[in-house]
Design a protein around this ligand. Structure first.
Ligand code: BGC
Length: 357
Protein backbone atom coordinates (compact mmCIF):
# COMPACT_ATOMS: atom_id res chain seq x y z
CA UNK A 1 0.00 0.00 0.00
CA UNK A 2 2.75 2.34 1.05
CA UNK A 3 4.61 1.46 -2.17
CA UNK A 4 1.53 2.16 -4.26
CA UNK A 5 1.05 5.50 -2.55
CA UNK A 6 4.59 6.63 -3.15
CA UNK A 7 4.35 5.53 -6.78
CA UNK A 8 1.24 7.62 -7.11
CA UNK A 9 3.02 10.54 -5.49
CA UNK A 10 5.96 10.24 -7.85
CA UNK A 11 3.61 10.04 -10.83
CA UNK A 12 1.63 13.06 -9.67
CA UNK A 13 4.81 15.03 -9.15
CA UNK A 14 6.08 14.03 -12.55
CA UNK A 15 2.90 15.07 -14.31
CA UNK A 16 2.94 18.36 -12.39
CA UNK A 17 6.52 18.99 -13.43
CA UNK A 18 5.82 18.14 -17.05
CA UNK A 19 2.89 20.54 -17.10
CA UNK A 20 4.93 23.31 -15.50
CA UNK A 21 7.84 22.92 -17.86
CA UNK A 22 5.45 22.85 -20.77
CA UNK A 23 6.24 19.38 -22.02
CA UNK A 24 2.65 18.18 -22.03
CA UNK A 25 2.67 17.05 -25.67
CA UNK A 26 4.65 17.51 -28.87
CA UNK A 27 3.88 21.24 -28.86
CA UNK A 28 3.91 21.39 -25.09
CA UNK A 29 2.39 24.56 -23.71
CA UNK A 30 4.41 26.64 -26.13
CA UNK A 31 2.58 29.74 -27.22
CA UNK A 32 2.77 30.73 -30.88
CA UNK A 33 1.75 34.20 -32.07
CA UNK A 34 -0.07 34.37 -35.40
CA UNK A 35 -0.52 37.92 -36.74
CA UNK A 36 -2.81 38.30 -39.76
CA UNK A 37 -3.38 41.59 -41.62
CA UNK A 38 -7.16 41.82 -41.80
CA UNK A 39 -10.43 39.98 -41.58
CA UNK A 40 -11.92 41.98 -44.43
CA UNK A 41 -10.52 39.62 -47.05
CA UNK A 42 -11.71 36.04 -46.95
CA UNK A 43 -8.33 34.41 -47.45
CA UNK A 44 -6.77 35.82 -44.26
CA UNK A 45 -9.64 34.44 -42.17
CA UNK A 46 -8.96 31.04 -43.66
CA UNK A 47 -5.22 31.38 -43.19
CA UNK A 48 -5.75 32.31 -39.54
CA UNK A 49 -8.21 29.50 -38.86
CA UNK A 50 -6.05 26.91 -40.60
CA UNK A 51 -2.94 27.97 -38.70
CA UNK A 52 -4.76 27.85 -35.37
CA UNK A 53 -6.28 24.44 -36.08
CA UNK A 54 -3.00 22.90 -37.26
CA UNK A 55 -0.95 24.34 -34.41
CA UNK A 56 -3.46 23.29 -31.75
CA UNK A 57 -3.58 19.79 -33.21
CA UNK A 58 0.14 19.60 -32.49
CA UNK A 59 -0.35 20.73 -28.90
CA UNK A 60 0.61 24.38 -29.28
CA UNK A 61 -1.30 27.28 -27.81
CA UNK A 62 -2.11 30.00 -30.27
CA UNK A 63 -2.53 33.75 -29.98
CA UNK A 64 -4.26 34.63 -33.26
CA UNK A 65 -4.75 38.33 -34.07
CA UNK A 66 -6.13 40.26 -37.03
CA UNK A 67 -5.08 43.90 -37.42
CA UNK A 68 -7.77 45.49 -39.54
CA UNK A 69 -5.12 46.55 -42.11
CA UNK A 70 -3.83 48.98 -39.46
CA UNK A 71 -0.02 48.92 -39.23
CA UNK A 72 0.12 50.38 -35.71
CA UNK A 73 -2.42 47.89 -34.45
CA UNK A 74 -0.35 45.05 -35.88
CA UNK A 75 2.76 46.40 -34.12
CA UNK A 76 0.83 46.58 -30.83
CA UNK A 77 -0.40 43.02 -31.29
CA UNK A 78 3.17 41.82 -31.90
CA UNK A 79 4.38 43.65 -28.79
CA UNK A 80 1.70 41.86 -26.77
CA UNK A 81 2.72 38.52 -28.22
CA UNK A 82 6.33 39.19 -27.24
CA UNK A 83 5.42 40.13 -23.67
CA UNK A 84 3.12 37.12 -23.33
CA UNK A 85 6.13 34.92 -24.06
CA UNK A 86 5.36 33.60 -27.53
CA UNK A 87 8.15 31.32 -28.76
CA UNK A 88 7.62 31.89 -32.47
CA UNK A 89 5.87 34.70 -34.33
CA UNK A 90 4.14 33.94 -37.62
CA UNK A 91 3.43 37.25 -39.34
CA UNK A 92 1.52 38.18 -42.48
CA UNK A 93 2.53 41.82 -42.49
CA UNK A 94 0.43 44.77 -43.59
CA UNK A 95 3.34 47.02 -44.49
CA UNK A 96 6.37 44.81 -44.99
CA UNK A 97 8.79 47.59 -44.03
CA UNK A 98 7.26 48.81 -40.76
CA UNK A 99 8.16 46.04 -38.36
CA UNK A 100 11.88 46.71 -37.85
CA UNK A 101 11.64 48.03 -34.26
CA UNK A 102 9.21 45.47 -32.93
CA UNK A 103 11.19 42.62 -34.49
CA UNK A 104 14.32 43.90 -32.79
CA UNK A 105 12.51 43.36 -29.50
CA UNK A 106 11.55 39.85 -30.61
CA UNK A 107 15.16 39.06 -31.48
CA UNK A 108 16.32 40.28 -28.07
CA UNK A 109 13.99 37.69 -26.52
CA UNK A 110 15.31 35.03 -28.94
CA UNK A 111 11.88 34.71 -30.53
CA UNK A 112 12.01 33.28 -34.04
CA UNK A 113 10.02 34.95 -36.79
CA UNK A 114 8.40 33.40 -39.84
CA UNK A 115 7.09 35.78 -42.51
CA UNK A 116 3.78 34.34 -43.66
CA UNK A 117 2.86 34.83 -47.33
CA UNK A 118 4.32 38.37 -47.43
CA UNK A 119 8.02 39.01 -46.95
CA UNK A 120 9.03 41.27 -44.06
CA UNK A 121 11.43 43.86 -45.45
CA UNK A 122 14.45 45.83 -44.24
CA UNK A 123 15.31 43.79 -41.15
CA UNK A 124 17.70 41.01 -40.31
CA UNK A 125 15.25 39.77 -37.68
CA UNK A 126 13.13 37.60 -39.90
CA UNK A 127 14.26 33.99 -39.90
CA UNK A 128 12.13 32.24 -42.51
CA UNK A 129 9.58 32.98 -45.19
CA UNK A 130 6.75 30.68 -46.25
CA UNK A 131 4.68 31.65 -49.25
CA UNK A 132 3.43 30.61 -52.65
CA UNK A 133 5.61 31.12 -55.67
CA UNK A 134 4.54 34.71 -56.22
CA UNK A 135 6.27 35.20 -59.58
CA UNK A 136 4.51 32.09 -60.84
CA UNK A 137 1.14 33.54 -59.76
CA UNK A 138 1.78 36.39 -62.20
CA UNK A 139 2.99 34.00 -64.91
CA UNK A 140 -0.28 32.03 -64.59
CA UNK A 141 -2.27 35.26 -65.02
CA UNK A 142 -0.21 36.48 -67.97
CA UNK A 143 -0.32 33.08 -69.65
CA UNK A 144 -4.10 32.96 -69.27
CA UNK A 145 -4.43 36.26 -71.14
CA UNK A 146 -1.92 35.12 -73.76
CA UNK A 147 -3.93 31.96 -74.44
CA UNK A 148 -7.40 33.51 -74.20
CA UNK A 149 -6.51 36.13 -76.82
CA UNK A 150 -4.46 33.82 -79.04
CA UNK A 151 -1.40 36.05 -78.79
CA UNK A 152 1.04 33.23 -79.52
CA UNK A 153 -0.80 32.67 -82.79
CA UNK A 154 -0.14 36.30 -83.66
CA UNK A 155 -3.68 37.61 -83.08
CA UNK A 156 -4.34 41.20 -82.14
CA UNK A 157 -4.09 44.07 -81.62
CA UNK A 158 -6.14 43.88 -78.43
CA UNK A 159 -6.75 46.53 -75.81
CA UNK A 160 -5.67 45.72 -72.28
CA UNK A 161 -5.55 47.67 -69.01
CA UNK A 162 -3.19 46.75 -66.20
CA UNK A 163 -3.65 46.76 -62.43
CA UNK A 164 -1.13 45.99 -59.69
CA UNK A 165 -1.38 45.38 -55.96
CA UNK A 166 -0.41 47.42 -52.93
CA UNK A 167 3.02 49.10 -53.12
CA UNK A 168 3.78 48.25 -49.46
CA UNK A 169 3.39 44.52 -50.20
CA UNK A 170 6.51 42.93 -51.69
CA UNK A 171 4.34 40.27 -53.31
CA UNK A 172 2.71 42.90 -55.53
CA UNK A 173 6.01 43.40 -57.41
CA UNK A 174 6.44 39.66 -57.94
CA UNK A 175 2.89 39.20 -59.25
CA UNK A 176 3.43 42.11 -61.63
CA UNK A 177 6.87 40.89 -62.68
CA UNK A 178 5.54 37.41 -63.44
CA UNK A 179 2.58 38.67 -65.47
CA UNK A 180 4.63 41.22 -67.40
CA UNK A 181 7.27 38.59 -68.22
CA UNK A 182 4.55 37.10 -70.45
CA UNK A 183 2.68 40.25 -71.55
CA UNK A 184 5.45 42.82 -72.09
CA UNK A 185 6.70 41.32 -75.42
CA UNK A 186 3.18 41.62 -76.83
CA UNK A 187 2.94 45.25 -75.68
CA UNK A 188 6.31 45.87 -77.30
CA UNK A 189 5.27 44.33 -80.63
CA UNK A 190 1.84 45.99 -80.65
CA UNK A 191 -0.35 42.89 -80.27
CA UNK A 192 -1.42 44.35 -76.92
CA UNK A 193 -2.28 48.03 -76.60
CA UNK A 194 -2.67 49.84 -73.30
CA UNK A 195 -4.92 52.68 -74.45
CA UNK A 196 -4.48 54.63 -71.21
CA UNK A 197 -0.71 54.38 -71.54
CA UNK A 198 -0.60 53.52 -67.83
CA UNK A 199 1.90 50.71 -67.50
CA UNK A 200 4.27 51.81 -64.72
CA UNK A 201 3.82 50.08 -61.40
CA UNK A 202 3.24 53.33 -59.47
CA UNK A 203 0.45 54.33 -61.86
CA UNK A 204 -1.39 51.02 -61.80
CA UNK A 205 -0.91 50.05 -58.11
CA UNK A 206 -3.91 49.95 -55.77
CA UNK A 207 -2.93 50.82 -52.18
CA UNK A 208 -4.09 48.32 -49.52
CA UNK A 209 -5.56 46.10 -52.25
CA UNK A 210 -8.88 47.94 -51.90
CA UNK A 211 -11.80 46.87 -54.11
CA UNK A 212 -13.37 50.33 -54.08
CA UNK A 213 -10.14 51.98 -55.32
CA UNK A 214 -9.84 49.43 -58.12
CA UNK A 215 -13.46 50.08 -59.05
CA UNK A 216 -12.87 53.84 -59.12
CA UNK A 217 -9.76 53.46 -61.29
CA UNK A 218 -11.61 51.17 -63.72
CA UNK A 219 -14.48 53.70 -63.88
CA UNK A 220 -12.00 56.44 -64.74
CA UNK A 221 -10.29 54.34 -67.40
CA UNK A 222 -13.60 53.44 -69.04
CA UNK A 223 -14.78 57.06 -69.04
CA UNK A 224 -11.51 58.41 -70.38
CA UNK A 225 -10.57 55.74 -72.95
CA UNK A 226 -13.38 53.30 -73.66
CA UNK A 227 -16.57 55.36 -73.80
CA UNK A 228 -16.11 56.29 -77.46
CA UNK A 229 -16.47 52.71 -78.71
CA UNK A 230 -12.96 51.31 -78.15
CA UNK A 231 -13.23 47.66 -77.10
CA UNK A 232 -11.72 46.60 -73.78
CA UNK A 233 -10.41 43.09 -74.44
CA UNK A 234 -8.54 42.24 -71.26
CA UNK A 235 -7.76 43.48 -67.77
CA UNK A 236 -4.82 42.19 -65.77
CA UNK A 237 -5.86 42.09 -62.13
CA UNK A 238 -3.33 40.69 -59.67
CA UNK A 239 -5.90 39.40 -57.16
CA UNK A 240 -9.55 38.83 -56.39
CA UNK A 241 -10.19 41.89 -54.22
CA UNK A 242 -9.20 44.10 -57.16
CA UNK A 243 -11.06 41.90 -59.64
CA UNK A 244 -14.29 42.23 -57.66
CA UNK A 245 -13.99 46.05 -57.84
CA UNK A 246 -13.25 45.84 -61.56
CA UNK A 247 -16.30 43.60 -62.13
CA UNK A 248 -18.47 46.10 -60.24
CA UNK A 249 -17.20 48.87 -62.51
CA UNK A 250 -17.77 46.80 -65.66
CA UNK A 251 -21.30 46.00 -64.53
CA UNK A 252 -22.15 49.60 -63.79
CA UNK A 253 -20.72 50.63 -67.17
CA UNK A 254 -22.98 48.25 -69.08
CA UNK A 255 -20.56 45.42 -69.84
CA UNK A 256 -21.84 41.87 -70.16
CA UNK A 257 -23.95 42.27 -73.30
CA UNK A 258 -23.44 40.96 -76.83
CA UNK A 259 -22.14 44.37 -77.92
CA UNK A 260 -20.02 44.91 -74.83
CA UNK A 261 -18.86 41.52 -73.56
CA UNK A 262 -16.84 41.27 -70.35
CA UNK A 263 -13.11 41.51 -71.03
CA UNK A 264 -10.78 38.66 -70.11
CA UNK A 265 -10.14 39.30 -66.40
CA UNK A 266 -7.63 37.61 -64.10
CA UNK A 267 -7.53 37.24 -60.33
CA UNK A 268 -6.01 35.37 -57.45
CA UNK A 269 -7.18 33.62 -54.24
CA UNK A 270 -10.42 31.98 -55.41
CA UNK A 271 -12.43 34.06 -52.95
CA UNK A 272 -16.05 32.95 -52.83
CA UNK A 273 -17.56 36.01 -54.61
CA UNK A 274 -14.93 35.62 -57.32
CA UNK A 275 -15.67 31.94 -57.86
CA UNK A 276 -19.30 33.00 -58.32
CA UNK A 277 -18.13 35.67 -60.78
CA UNK A 278 -16.18 33.00 -62.69
CA UNK A 279 -19.22 30.76 -62.88
CA UNK A 280 -21.27 33.72 -64.15
CA UNK A 281 -18.63 34.55 -66.78
CA UNK A 282 -17.67 37.92 -65.28
CA UNK A 283 -14.18 36.92 -64.19
CA UNK A 284 -12.17 34.56 -66.38
CA UNK A 285 -9.73 32.94 -64.00
CA UNK A 286 -8.24 33.02 -60.56
CA UNK A 287 -5.17 31.50 -58.97
CA UNK A 288 -5.82 28.96 -56.25
CA UNK A 289 -3.42 29.09 -53.34
CA UNK A 290 -4.55 26.37 -50.97
CA UNK A 291 -4.16 28.03 -47.57
CA UNK A 292 -4.32 24.58 -45.94
CA UNK A 293 -1.04 23.69 -47.65
CA UNK A 294 0.66 26.89 -46.51
CA UNK A 295 -0.61 26.51 -42.94
CA UNK A 296 0.65 22.90 -42.78
CA UNK A 297 4.04 23.98 -44.09
CA UNK A 298 4.35 26.77 -41.54
CA UNK A 299 3.41 24.44 -38.71
CA UNK A 300 6.13 22.03 -39.86
CA UNK A 301 8.57 24.96 -39.76
CA UNK A 302 7.45 26.05 -36.28
CA UNK A 303 7.83 22.50 -35.05
CA UNK A 304 11.30 22.15 -36.54
CA UNK A 305 12.42 25.47 -34.99
CA UNK A 306 11.25 24.51 -31.52
CA UNK A 307 12.71 21.03 -31.72
CA UNK A 308 16.03 22.37 -32.93
CA UNK A 309 15.71 20.46 -36.19
CA UNK A 310 16.63 21.66 -39.64
CA UNK A 311 13.84 23.88 -40.97
CA UNK A 312 12.65 22.80 -44.43
CA UNK A 313 13.15 25.45 -47.14
CA UNK A 314 13.26 25.13 -50.93
CA UNK A 315 14.51 28.56 -52.04
CA UNK A 316 17.37 30.59 -50.63
CA UNK A 317 17.94 32.89 -53.63
CA UNK A 318 14.76 34.66 -54.63
CA UNK A 319 13.59 36.62 -51.62
CA UNK A 320 15.97 39.34 -50.54
CA UNK A 321 14.39 41.72 -48.03
CA UNK A 322 16.88 44.53 -48.52
CA UNK A 323 19.15 43.20 -45.74
CA UNK A 324 19.50 39.50 -46.50
CA UNK A 325 18.20 36.57 -48.48
CA UNK A 326 15.47 35.06 -46.35
CA UNK A 327 15.37 31.24 -46.51
CA UNK A 328 11.99 30.46 -48.04
CA UNK A 329 9.57 27.67 -48.65
CA UNK A 330 7.50 28.25 -51.79
CA UNK A 331 4.24 26.35 -52.26
CA UNK A 332 2.76 25.84 -55.74
CA UNK A 333 -0.07 28.10 -56.92
CA UNK A 334 -2.48 26.58 -59.43
CA UNK A 335 -4.60 28.03 -62.16
CA UNK A 336 -8.39 27.93 -61.64
CA UNK A 337 -11.31 28.72 -63.92
CA UNK A 338 -14.90 27.69 -64.41
CA UNK A 339 -13.85 24.36 -65.91
CA UNK A 340 -11.72 23.07 -63.04
CA UNK A 341 -13.03 24.89 -59.95
CA UNK A 342 -15.20 21.94 -58.89
CA UNK A 343 -12.28 19.57 -58.77
CA UNK A 344 -9.96 22.09 -57.10
CA UNK A 345 -12.30 23.68 -54.61
CA UNK A 346 -15.26 21.40 -53.99
CA UNK A 347 -13.85 17.89 -54.37
CA UNK A 348 -10.85 18.85 -52.24
CA UNK A 349 -13.19 20.01 -49.46
CA UNK A 350 -11.97 23.64 -49.58
CA UNK A 351 -15.49 24.95 -50.13
CA UNK A 352 -18.97 23.51 -50.02
CA UNK A 353 -21.04 23.91 -53.18
CA UNK A 354 -23.52 26.14 -51.30
CA UNK A 355 -20.65 28.54 -50.44
CA UNK A 356 -20.34 29.58 -54.04
CA UNK A 357 -23.92 29.42 -55.26
C1 BGC B 1 -1.45 37.88 -51.03
C2 BGC B 1 -2.66 37.70 -51.91
C3 BGC B 1 -3.76 38.65 -51.49
C4 BGC B 1 -3.24 40.07 -51.32
C5 BGC B 1 -4.28 40.98 -50.72
C6 BGC B 1 -1.04 39.33 -51.03
O1 BGC B 1 0.10 39.52 -50.25
O2 BGC B 1 -0.40 37.06 -51.47
O3 BGC B 1 -3.10 36.37 -51.84
O4 BGC B 1 -4.78 38.65 -52.43
O5 BGC B 1 -2.10 40.09 -50.51
O6 BGC B 1 -4.62 40.62 -49.43
Amino acid sequence: MKRKLSLLLVLTLLIGMLTLTGCGGPGGKNLIGVAMPTQSLQRWNQDGENMKKELEAKGYQVDLQFANNDVNLQIQQLENMISKGCKVLVIASIDGSSLTDVLKKAAEQKIKVIAYDRLIMQTENVDYYATFDNFKVGVLQGTYIEEALGLKEGKGPYNIELFAGSPDDNNAYFFNGGAMSILQPYIDNGQLVVLSGQTEFEKIAIPAWTSATAQARMDNLITAYYSGGAKLDAVLSPNDSLAIGIVASLDSNGYGTADKPYPVLTGQDCDKPNVKAMIEGKQSMSVFKDTRTLAKQVVTMVDAILQGKEVPVNDTETYNNGVKNVPSYLCEPVFADKNNYKELLIDSGYYKMEDIQ
